[in-house]
Write a protein of this length. Structure first.
Length: 366
């Protein structure tokens, strides 16, 4: 995505996000890459079975059993002299790690918020922390900076957010017992832009990424291995159009310009979606080609609102695309996304993005 497009996206989505925050006041919580250092896939949807790679935090003496789970604990960190923070979710030490025991190193998921959304709202949106505390993995919700809150998704030298992610991983892996071969990143909208950048710049750190409403293929993208990619995008996204471009319908609705309070921007202002056209379908295909997959995809109708697009890929990677028919700029399966549908469009409940992303992540490790 070019700088001009990103600026337009920031300008439009910032107003959307401001409205979202007002609703949530008081919420709680190229050529293929080389085939070296590939993830270890498991057959079908079964979890990967490779050995854990314990982080330095695994050397910390185990605390007494029965400690409660940690939910959305605000943790501060200084990066390049700037105070930053993130939300930490950690299962009770009586909950075993996936496929292991309570002393087994745990997987780690970093879940990145959208523009101006912030970590607290995003935690409510995805409920990834609650899932992790049940299934035995650690979840972190990073928080961006600026006004509006925005991720720096350029690959230029001196990217403060890449420094932040590096420092965050170091801190979490030094204080928690993490399996560093099972670290993953997911994101929504601007958070999807950020995890797309991480797939390119930190492919040696993240075993897989998932992007909801905003997968990108940054240029340049110098991966050191093939990166498993999972994407979701709605055909009626009123903010980031399915086939590329940025919509103004949602902005008009928020500002009261040319739209009645009861009108739907997703049915009156959007171009007809081409499932095999430019924009996000082309971006997913470009990632498939980069990962060495056959560029010809197979579409499977999973339900009336969900199409799964898959590619035949080399062992150790997968590229999958969930097309949400009629879906808006939303996190599938999220009650919070549904509560703001007047702003962001339809949220399907025929698939749960959080559960689906975790099932995808479990199949891969470095």
């Amino acid at each position: 995505m070019g700088d001009r497009t990103k600026r337009l996206t920031v300008a439009s989505m910032g107003l959307v996000a401001a409205a979202v925050l007002s609703l949530c006041a008081g919420c709680s919580s190229s050529s293929a890459a080389p085939a070296t250092n590939q993830p270890v896939p498991a057959p079908g949807n079964a979890p990967a079975k490779g050995p854990a790679v314990p982080s330095p935090g695994c050397s910390i003496p185990t605390t007494e059993p029965g400690l409660p789970a940690v939910s959305d604990q605000k943790v501060t960190i200084e990066v390049d002299g700037v105070p930053r923070w993130y939300l930490l979710n950690e299962p009770s030490n009586t909950v075993p790690a996936p496929g292991g025991t309570d002393t087994t190193p745990r997987p780690l998921v970093l879940d990145f918020h959208g523009l101006e959304e912030g970590a607290e709202v995003h935690s409510v949106t995805t409920q990834f922390g609650a899932l992790g505390n049940t299934d035995g993995f650690v979840t972190v919700f990073p928080n961006a900076t600026g006004n509006p809150l925005e991720w720096n998704t350029t690959s230029r030298t001196g990217n403060a957010d890449l420094d932040y992610v590096t420092a965050l991983l170091t801190q979490v892996e030094s204080t928690q017992c993490i399996d560093t071969s099972r670290v993953y990143a997911s994101g929504l909208s601007d958070g999807s832009f950020m995890v797309s950048l991480l797939a390119c710049t930190m492919s040696d750190k993240f075993a897989a990424i998932a992007a909801v409403s905003g997968l990108q293929l940054p240029r340049p993208c110098h991966t050191t291995r093939r990166v498993p990619i999972l994407a979701f995008h709605g055909t009626a996204d009123p903010i980031l159009y399915f086939n590329g471009g940025i919509g103004t319908g949602t902005l008009d609705k928020i500002l009261g310009h040319g739209a009645s309070a009861g009108s739907s921007t997703t049915t009156t202002t959007l171009p007809k979606a081409n499932l095999h056209g430019a924009g996000y379908p082309a971006t997913v295909q470009a990632w498939a080609v980069k990962d060495g997959c056959n560029p010809h995809a197979t579409d499977t109708r999973k339900s009336s609102q969900v199409i799964l697009r898959t590619y035949r890929c080399p062992p150790g990677t997968d590229v999958e695309f969930y097309i949400i028919v009629g879906g808006g700029h939303a996190w599938p399966g999220s009650a919070f996304s549904r509560s703001i549908s007047d702003l962001t469009g339809f949220t399907t409940f025929q698939i749960n993005a959080t559960d689906t992303i975790w099932s995808f992540f479990r199949r891969f490790q470095l």
